[in-house]
Design a protein. Structure first.
Length: 233
């Protein structure tokens, strides 16, 4: 019996070491999270959620909220309850941006072949390219070792993102990713001037049934139409 003890002890230690290595191998890295997020948005057929956008610039604060919808390829809709009545809607070919206060709507042709600084089309018909571009443009890492963790009642991975080339816009983003669905739940972005914007998605639904007519818009005759406000020919 005494002769078997060292062998038995060694076996137990070996199992503990193997168990430890297995747990270490299963630890998810920040790169794993990024790949999973991009995969989800690349394959996304439809999506809906409520959203809230809060901007802070010194003592000036602004809030917007509403419901958003997406259906591939290229169909989007943002119904605003604050400011009430505002609307962004696209059928994948034309985007309408209605500002109720101005009684005006921007009509943007999405078929224009406009490129960004990387030579990519600025208008995309799927959600995947926009999310992939985010991870290309920013260095990213976990904000601290404890991942995932509970934030606002949800288990999330939290990434600190730093703009690779300081070309303006938001230089830093803190991204909150749902640990089970890999959907983005919140983003807190800030620029070099101290302006910050927080975007929160609540009650997200992945691949809900959405009717095509939700993404159609016919402006009333009383509304002033402004052609191609985002880019021109």
């Amino acid at each position: 019996m005494k002769k078997r003890l060292p062998t038995l002890t060694a076996s137990i230690l070996g199992l503990l070491i193997i168990a430890g290595l297995t747990a270490e191998e299963k630890r998810i890295s920040h790169a794993d999270v990024a790949r999973s997020v991009m995969a989800v948005y690349e394959k996304m057929g439809s999506y809906s959620a409520s959203f809230q956008i809060t901007s802070q610039d010194g003592n000036n604060a602004r809030a917007m909220s509403g419901q958003c919808f997406y259906k591939g390829p290229g169909k989007i809709r943002f119904d605003f309850d604050n400011p009430a009545g505002n609307l962004i809607v696209s059928d994948g070919r034309t985007m309408w941006v209605y500002i109720r206060r101005l009684n005006a709507v921007g009509k943007q042709d999405l078929r224009l072949q406009k490129k960004d600084e990387s030579g990519k089309n600025i208008f995309q018909d799927t959600a995947g390219p926009g999310v992939s571009r985010l991870f290309r443009k920013y260095h990213y890492r976990f904000d601290r070792p404890e991942q995932p963790r509970n934030e606002d009642g949800s288990s999330v991975f939290v990434l600190d993102m730093d703009q690779r080339e300081k070309t303006g816009g938001y230089e830093k983003i803190k991204l909150y990713v749902d640990a089970s669905s890999y959907l983005i739940r919140k983003a807190v972005a800030s620029d070099s001037q101290g302006k910050s914007t927080t975007l929160v998605f609540r009650n997200p639904a992945l691949n809900p049934p959405l009717e095509g007519k939700l993404f159609q818009y016919d402006p009333p005759e009383s509304v002033r139409v402004v052609p191609n406000p985002l880019v021109s020919e």
